[in-house]
Ligand binder design. Structure first.
Ligand SMILES: Cc1cc2nc3c(=O)[nH]c(=O)nc-3n(C[C@H](O)[C@H](O)[C@H](O)COP(=O)(O)OP(=O)(O)OC[C@H]3O[C@@H](n4cnc5c(N)ncnc54)[C@H](O)[C@@H]3O)c2cc1C
Length: 490
C-alpha cells in the first residue's frame, strides 16, 4: 500500500526518518503542499522554490514523482488519500506553535479514519522536550543548555538514502512555476544563484568545502566578515536540505582524521548549539517571535521612525559597516553573523526602532529566515530575551568595523562607491569630508552623511532604558558576563 511522505522544512532524501520509515512499509508518494495562508519571507520562498525543484529531480532519478499541491494541508492530504488509497502518512516534526497545531490536527484526522499517521524527529539534534533542567523546566541560559544537549543528542549514525519503490497510482501534480514564488518585475533575486546552490547536493558540497578549506580558521576567523571562514550552511539547514545530525557526524568523522582540528570543530558545533537553543526557546515560549521575554520591555519607549527604518533597510544610514551589511543582505539574501549583530544593534539602539520591525525585515529578506534563530537573536540584541546582551552593551558601528573589518575588505566589497577610501577613513568618512572629496566621493551625493550621531544616540538609548521600571531580571540587573551568541563582542 502507498505511504504518503510530507516534505516541509526537510527537503532532503538522506537522513530523512519519515521517508526512511515510509519506504520500509511500501511504495512511497512524496508530497509538498504550499499553504496559501502561510506567508514566509520572499527570499525564503525563492530558495524553497529552487529547493523543491532540486528535490523533484533527485526523486525523479530514483523513479519517484514528487507531487506538488497548493491548499489547506490537512484537506489536501485527505484528498490525496482518497485519490491514491494510501494507507499511511509520514512526516518529520516541526516545532513552531502553528505548525505543531496543524500537525496535531492532521494526526487526529488521520487516526480517526484508521490511517497510519507517524511523525519523527529529524530537524534537531534532540527534541526540545527532552532537554530540560531541574523541575522539568526549559533552559533559559545557553551554556547549561549546551552542556545538557550534548548528553541527549540522538544516538546512531544518520540514515542513508532509502531504497524506494514507486507508487502504483500517481495523482496530479501542480506546476510550481505558477505559484509566483520567484520575483520577476523586478527580479531582485537575479544574482542569488551566483552565490548559492539550493538543494541537498549543494548543501553537502558546501559542507565539504567548509571542512576542507575553512574549518581550520573557524574559531579565530568567524568574526571577520571579509574572510571566508564561516560555513554559510544556514539556508541549507533552514530548508532541511541537510540535517544537523549529518553536519555533526561529518564533523566528528573529519576531526577523527584531522585531530588537530578538534578545537575548531568544537567551536563550530557550539554554534549549531545556538540553533538548537533558539528552537528550544521557541518551542517552550511560543510568543518569542513577537513578544519580549522580559516583560518590562513591553513598556519600552521605542520611537516610531519609519524614515530611519527605511534608510536602514536600504543601507543608506551613512555608517559604512551598517550599509555594507544591508547591501550584502539585499544582494545575496544572507548576512554574516557579526554584521547581523551590528546592523540589528544599530536599528534598535541607535534608532530605537522596535526589534520586531527589524526581525520582520530579516524574515522577508534572508534566504535562511528561521523564526527561532531570528527571534531569539533579535531579542538577544534588544536586551529583552533570556540570556540576552545587557541593554547597556551598545555596539559602536565604527569600532566594530575597525576591529572586525580592519583592512576594509568587507565594506569595499559591498559599498564599491567607497572603495577608494583608505582605512580608517573608510569606516568613518564624515570625519574628514575634504579627504573624502579628494578621493572623488561627495558626501551627501555619492554617499550619505550619518543619519544619527552614535554618541548622542547611545545616550538616548541608555536614558530610554533607564526609564523602565527596575524589576527583577531587567537588562540593568544582568551580569556583564552574559553569554554572547556568535563570539565575543568587541
Ligand atoms: C539579528 C540576528 C538575526 C538572525 N537571524 C537568523 C535567521 O533568520 N536564520 C538563521 O539561521 N540564523 C540567524 N541568525 C544567526 C546567525 O547569524 C546565522 O545562523 C549565521 O550567520 C549563519 O551563517 P553560517 O551558516 O555561515 O554560520 P556558521 O558560523 O558557519 O555556523 C554554523 C551554523 O550554526 C548555526 N548558528 C550560527 N550562529 C548562530 C546563532 N547566533 N544563532 C543561531 N544559530 C546559529 C547556524 O545554523 C549556522 O548555519 C541571526 C543572528 C542575528 C544576530
Amino acid at each position: 500500500m502507498i505511504q504518503i511522505v510530507l516534505f516541509r522544512d526537510d527537503l532532503r532524501l538522506s537522513d530523512n526518518p519519515a521517508l526512511w520509515h515510509a519506504a520500509a512499509r511500501g511504495p512511497v508518494l512524496p508530497v509538498a503542499i504550499a499553504d496559501p495562508r502561510e506567508s514566509p519571507g520572499a527570499a525564503f520562498r525563492w530558495w524553497q522554490y529552487q529547493s523543491i525543484r532540486s528535490l523533484g529531480s533527485r526523486l525523479e532519478k530514483q523513479g519517484i514523482p514528487l507531487i506538488l499541491r497548493r491548499g489547506d494541508p490537512v484537506q489536501t492530504v485527505l484528498e490525496l488519500l482518497a485519490e491514491t488509497g494510501a494507507s499511511g502518512v509520514f512526516w518529520n516534526r516541526r516545532y513552531a506553535f502553528r505548525a505543531r497545531e496543524q500537525d496535531r490536527t492532521l494526526k487526529m484526522a488521520l487516526r480517526a479514519l484508521g490511517i497510519t499517521a507517524e511523525s519523527f524527529p529529524g530537524n534537531l539534534l534532540a527534541e526540545p522536550w527532552e532537554v530540560l533542567r531541574k523541575g522539568d523546566l526549559p533552559y533559559q541560559v545557553f551554556s547549561p543548555f549546551w552542556k545538557a544537549l550534548q548528553d541527549r543528542v540522538r544516538s546512531g549514525t544518520p540514515l542513508p538514502l532509502p531504497q524506494m519503490s514507486p507508487p502504483t497510482t500517481v495523482p496530479e501534480s501542480e506546476n510550481p512555476d505558477l505559484w509566483g514564488w520567484c520575483p520577476h518585475h523586478p527580479d531582485w533575486a537575479g544574482k542569488f544563484l551566483s552565490f548559492w546552490e539550493p538543494g541537498e547536493s549543494g548543501a553537502h558540497k558546501n559542507l565539504d568545502t567548509f571542512l576542507e578549506s575553512a574549518l581550520c580558521t573557524y574559531s579565530d576567523g568567524r568574526d571577520f566578515p571579509g574572510r571566508p571562514c564561516v560555513s554559510r550552511l544556514s539556508p541549507h539547514l533552514a530548508h532541511g536540505e541537510i540535517s544537523p545530525r549529518q553536519v555533526r557526524q561529518r564533523l566528528l568523522d573529519f576531526t577523527e582524521r584531522h585531530p588537530h582540528l578538534e578545537q575548531q570543530a568544537g567551536s563550530f558545533l557550539r554554534e549549531l548549539g545556538w540553533r538548537e537553543f533558539s528552537w528550544h526557546l521557541l518551542y517552550h515560549f511560543p510568543h518569542l517571535q513577537d513578544t519580549p521575554l522580559r516583560k518590562e520591555f513591553l513598556d519600552f519607549p521605542w520611537s516610531r521612525d519609519p524614515e530611519g527604518l527605511h534608510k536602514w533597510q536600504k543601507g543608506v544610514t551613512g555608517y559604512p559597516i551598517v550599509d555594507a551589511g544591508m547591501h550584502e543582505l539585499w544582494q545575496t539574501g544572507y548576512l554574516h553573523n557579526r554584521i547581523r549583530m551590528v546592523v540589528a544593534s544599530f536599528l534598535v539602539k541607535d534608532l530605537l526602532v522596535p526589534w520586531q520591525q527589524g526581525a520582520a525585515w530579516f524574515l522577508d529578506t534572508l534566504v535562511d529566515a528561521d523564526p527561532a534563530s531570528n527571534s531569539a537573536s533579535w531579542q538577544w540584541i534588544a536586551g529583552c530575551g533570556t540570556d540576552a546582551a545587557p541593554y547597556f552593551r551598545i555596539f559602536n558601528p565604527v569600532t566594530q568595523a575597525e576591529k572586525f573589518d580592519p583592512d576594509g575588505t568587507y565594506v569595499r566589497r559591498w559599498l564599491p562607491e567607497l572603495a577608494a577610501l583608505p582605512v580608517p577613513l573608510l569606516h568613518k568618512p564624515w570625519t574628514a569630508p575634504e579627504a573624502v572629496q579628494a578621493a572623488g566621493i561627495r558626501l551627501g551625493l555619492d554617499y550619505p552623511w550619518p543619519i544619527t550621531d552614535h554618541g548622542e544616540a547611545r545616550k538616548a538609548a541608555l536614558s530610554a532604558f533607564e526609564s523602565l521600571p527596575p524589576r527583577n531580571g531587567t537588562g540593568r540587573k544582568l551580569s556583564r558576563n552574559s553569554t554572547i551568541p556568535g563570539g565575543e563582542e568587541g
